[in-house]
Design a protein around this ligand. Structure first.
Ligand code: AVJ
Length: 317
């Protein structure tokens, strides 16, 4: 494939900068090309990967309660909708005025919406392809206040200062009297956490390694993918799962004519998945301009769904 037509300048810049750092790193959002989004979908069905199924059961079980607190006729904005598997649960419970899914993978977004629009024939759906970490103008739909939906514990990909910025950006994007329904993964033992990110079937390994294929494909890379292994580690100090790509031998490769060398045992850090205690979630939301108003969890407290209200915008000092 021709790099001139394929290379995303932001992808190139972030890969070159990340591979030049002492601890090599590539930001997690680049894991989600079309293939990466498909592999992530496969992860959500794995026996070891509890978050998706647990969040789904929380939303199902408490749909009525959530609907009562949210009220009818809101405009639902979903951040990073992916394949939108939890969305039908929410939409049928709260009967919104319109639905605006935002995702970076346009192709994937449109594919998954075909199914959704058949289930909700009367619902206006306005997909937006874009990066929700930046403030964005959304299509002006109705006058109802908005409900942001941010499931899946995607907030866990962002370290605290970035997570706070993101929550503030969402408050700006959503506007006055907004609510936010957010899914957050909880801190638990590494015997549960690590297998969730290092499954027996090796799907998470494929998901992680796909990043190297993507770099080779889109950025004229020569990375010897077979010399890398997937690693998932629990970093207890930072309360996060880290995904790394481990070089199994000394090696060198090029990306867009830049040469990089790695020693055997050196890694590229590809994702953080930060886990939160109950109070931590509330502190984070408050720091990001939101007031938590309700929280739902499962019997084992593996995962939380939190409803928050945007703080009124301050006028004056
Ligand atoms: C989509 C960011 C929520 O952190 O659990 C799953 C991504 N990475 N397995 C997560 C992921 C490896 C997932 N999020």
């Amino acid at each position: 494939m021709n790099t001139a037509t394929k290379a995303d300048p932001a992808f190139l810049a972030e890969v070159l900068a990340g591979l030049s750092a002492r601890q090599k790193v590539v930001p997690a959002r680049w894991l989600y090309d079309h293939r990466g989004s498909e592999l992530f979908e496969a992860i959500t069905a794995l026996p070891e990967y509890y978050p998706t199924r647990t969040e789904h059961s929380i939303l199902e079980r408490h749909a009525k309660d959530i609907a009562e607190r949210v009220g009818r006729g809101r405009v639902v904005i979903e951040f990073g909708s992916g394949s939108s598997t939890k969305t039908p649960l929410l939409l049928s419970a709260i009967e919104p005025e319109a639905y605006v899914p935002i995702d970076v993978s346009g192709e994937f977004l449109h594919e998954s919406l075909q199914v959704l629009s058949r289930s909700f024939p009367g619902l206006p759906i306005h997909p937006v392809v874009g990066d929700f970490t930046k403030p964005m103008q959304l299509p002006r739909l109705g006058h109802s206040p908005r409900l942001g939906f941010f499931p899946g514990s995607t907030i866990g990909n962002f370290v605290a200062p970035e997570a706070v910025d993101l929550l503030r950006t969402m408050a700006t994007t959503l506007g006055d009297a907004a609510q936010l329904l957010i899914g957050v993964d909880r801190i638990k033992g590494p015997q549960v956490l690590v297998p969730a990110y290092d499954d027996a079937a090796g799907v998470t390994a494929q998901f992680n390694l796909n990043l190297l294929d993507r770099i080779n494909r889109e950025l004229s890379g020569t990375i010897p993918v077979g010399a890398f292994r997937h690693r998932a580690i629990w970093n207890d100090d930072e309360a996060r799962i880290e995904m790394h790509l481990l070089a199994t031998r000394d090696l060198s490769f090029e990306v867009a004519d830049h040469v990089f060398r790695m020693r055997a045992g050196e890694t590229i850090h590809t994702e953080n998945s930060i886990k939160y205690g109950t109070r931590d979630v509330r502190v984070l939301l408050r720091a990001g301009g939101w007031t938590p108003v309700a929280e739902w969890t499962d019997a084992q407290q593996l995962f939380s769904v939190v409803l928050a209200e945007a703080n009124p915008r301050r006028v004056g000092p």
